[in-house]
Design a protein around this ligand. Structure first.
Ligand code: SF4
Length: 114
């Protein structure tokens, strides 16, 4: 039995996931917690946030995030692929900064206008 805190919403339900009973989830306040509990033990993923260098704007760095969750095992590799990226203003929220991060089909996108 694995115990987790659901991070899908601020309520933070304390989940119990039973690996021996087909990842049965208890303690969840809604169906999203059941989905999260199963995913966290079988295929954990996260949306990744970071910043990249930017010239010509009001700030030297632009915040970015993946436009969908990626496998947790790829997070460090994904962040490293931002190291050499330098954007030039103007930048718009939602602009693709790095496409197909680590072959996942997910993109890093800008999360603010600069
Ligand atoms: S189980 Fe549902 S209600 Fe509880 S923290 Fe997760 S998303 Fe929120």
């Amino acid at each position: 039995m694995k115990e987790l805190i659901c991070i899908v919403c601020p309520k933070g339900c304390h989940l119990k996931v039973d690996e021996e009973q087909d990842y049965r989830v208890t303690g969840n306040g809604c169906p999203r917690g059941e989905e999260y509990g199963k995913m966290e033990l079988t295929h954990p993923t996260r949306v990744v946030t970071s910043t990249v260098r930017c010239t010509g704007g009001a700030h030297p760095r632009c915040p970015v995030k993946t436009d969908a969750p990626i496998p947790k095992a790829l997070i460090m590799q994904a962040v490293r692929c931002l190291d050499g990226v330098e954007l030039t203003a103007p930048i718009h929220t939602g602009d693709i900064v790095v496409p197909n991060v680590c072959g996942t089909g997910v993109s890093f996108v800008a999360t603010r206008d600069l």
